[in-house]
Design a protein. Structure first.
Length: 405
C-alpha cells in the first residue's frame, strides 16, 4: 500500500493539471460572480458538477490509456477527416478566444499590483512559451503541478473573510432552486465553465504522452478523481470568499475577475485581496500555457502531424509552430487598445457551447467500441451515468445558447 501511494504521487499530473487549469480567469470570474450576486445559494450545484466532471474526465483518461491514442486521433480514424476538420475548426475558434482571455487575466491581475499590461502580457507570454518549447515532458509536468498547487491561495483567502460557515455548509448540502432568470443563467454558467471541450482533448493526449497504459491506469484514474475534487473545492472557496464580502456588502455584479480581488480590500483586508489576485495571476499563466498546448495537440493529432512536448522542435515543427503562433497572436490580441475583452470571453463560451455536445457524443460512442476499448468499455452503470451527463449537458448548453441569443 505504501508503494502504491508513492507511485500515485509519482504519476500525479495530467488529470490534476487539466482539472485545475479549468479554474481559468473565465472560471474564476463565473465563480466570483456567483458568490457576489447570489451569496452561498449556488454552492450546492458544485456537488453534481464534480460528479459529472469526474465521469467525463475518467472516460478521456481511460481511452488514452487503453487505446494509446489522443481523442483527435480516434475521431479521425473512426469518423473521418471531414468530421475531424469541422470539430478542430470550431475548437480552434473557441480556444483562441479562451487563450486571449487567459492573457487578459494576466493583464488584469498584474494591474492590481501596478504593472502595465504592455509589460506583463509580453513577459508572461515569453515565460509560458519558453517553459513548454524548451522543456521536456516530465519537468514541464512537474512545473505545471507546482503551479496548480498555488490555487490553494483561494482557501487561505476565504479563511480571512470570516465567512458564515454553517450557512455555507447548509447551502452546499441542501439544493436551493429559484425561478429567477439570472439565477438559472448563472447555474448553467457554473456547469458550462467547469466542463469544457478542450479539457477532454488535452487530458487524453497528456495521458498518451505520459506513457500511461492499462497496467498503470488505476493511478491515472485516481489522478483524475483527485484533480476534479480539488478544482471544485477551490471553486467552493472562491464562491464563499465573494459571498462573505461582496454579496454581504450589497455591491452586486462584477465584470472582471480582478474586480473581485479589488472589492475584497475594504471588506477583508489587503492580505486576502492579495492572495485572491495571486490566485488569478497564477490561473492565467497556467491556463495560458495549457490552452495553446491543448489546441496544438488537437489540430496536429487530427491532421496527422507529429505532436508532443517530449519531442524537439525539429521533430514536431507544425506542433511547436502552431503553439508559438497561438501564444503570440493571443497575447498580441489582448494588447489591442480598447479591445472589448468581455465580448471575446462571451463569444469563446458560445463556441464552447456549440462544440461540447459533439465532443460528448464522440466520447460516449468511442468508449463503447469493442475494437478500441476491449474489456475496458463502459459497463451499463457507467453508460447510464455518461448518458445522463451527456443529455444534461446538451440541454443546459442549448438553454445557455438560447438565453444568449
Amino acid at each position: 500500500m505504501k508503494w502504491r501511494i508513492v507511485a500515485l504521487f509519482a504519476i500525479l499530473g495530467p488529470g490534476f493539471i487539466t482539472a485545475n487549469v479549468d479554474n481559468d480567469p473565465g472560471g474564476i470570474l463565473t465563480y466570483s460572480q456567483a458568490g457576489a450576486e447570489f451569496g452561498y445559494s449556488l454552492l450546492w450545484v458544485l456537488i453534481p458538477i464534480t460528479i459529472a466532471l469526474i465521469v467525463i474526465q475518467e472516460m478521456a483518461a481511460r481511452m488514452g490509456a487503453i487505446s494509446g491514442k489522443g481523442l483527435s486521433d480516434l475521431i479521425r480514424e473512426e469518423f473521418g477527416l471531414r468530421a475531424t476538420f469541422i470539430t478542430m475548426a470550431i475548437l480552434g475558434v473557441a480556444d483562441f478566444g479562451n487563450i486571449a482571455a487567459e492573457f487578459a487575466g494576466i493583464a488584469s491581475g498584474m494591474q492590481i499590483f501596478g504593472v502595465s499590461k504592455y509589460i506583463s502580457v509580453p513577459v508572461g507570454a515569453f515565460i509560458v512559451w519558453f517553459v513548454i518549447v524548451r522543456g521536456r515532458y516530465k519537468p514541464v509536468e512537474r512545473t505545471l503541478v507546482i503551479f496548480s498547487l498555488i490555487y490553494f491561495a483561494y482557501p487561505i483567502s476565504a479563511f480571512f473573510v470570516k465567512a458564515d460557515w454553517p450557512a455555507a455548509l447548509k447551502e452546499t448540502l441542501v439544493p436551493h432552486l429559484s425561478s429567477n432568470p439570472d439565477y438559472v443563467i448563472m447555474l448553467i454558467g457554473l456547469i458550462g465553465t467547469t466542463i469544457t471541450p478542450w479539457m477532454q482533448f488535452y487530458l487524453q493526449a497528456s495521458v498518451v504522452e505520459a506513457g500511461i497504459d492499462k497496467r498503470r491506469y488505476w493511478m491515472s484514474r485516481w489522478d483524475v478523481i483527485i484533480g476534479c475534487i480539488i478544482t471544485d473545492v477551490i471553486a467552493f472557496f472562491i464562491v464563499v470568499a465573494c459571498a462573505a464580502t461582496i454579496f454581504k456588502s450589497g455591491h452586486g455584479k462584477i465584470s472582471d475577475a480582478a474586480q473581485a480581488a479589488v472589492a475584497l480590500v475594504p471588506l477583508a483586508g489587503k492580505f486576502a485581496a492579495g492572495l485572491f489576485a495571486i490566485g488569478l495571476i497564477n490561473a492565467s499563466v497556467l491556463s495560458a500555457a495549457i490552452l495553446p498546448l491543448a489546441t496544438a495537440y488537437n489540430v496536429c493529432e487530427g491532421l496527422g502531424f507529429e505532436s508532443g512536448v517530449e519531442k524537439r522542435f525539429s521533430q514536431a515543427k507544425v506542433f511547436y509552430g502552431l503553439y508559438t503562433f497561438l501564444i503570440v497572436s493571443g497575447a498580441g490580441f489582448v494588447l489591442i487598445p480598447k479591445l472589448p475583452l468581455f465580448k471575446v470571453i462571451v463569444l469563446s463560451q458560445v463556441a464552447n457551447g456549440i462544440l461540447l455536445p459533439f465532443v460528448l457524443f464522440y466520447m460516449v460512442s468511442l468508449i463503447n467500441r469493442n475494437h478500441i476499448m476491449h474489456e475496458y468499455k463502459n459497463n451499463l452503470f457507467q453508460n447510464l451515468i455518461a448518458g445522463a451527463t451527456s443529455v444534461t449537458m446538451i440541454l443546459l448548453t442549448a438553454k445557455l445558447l438560447w438565453s444568449m441569443f
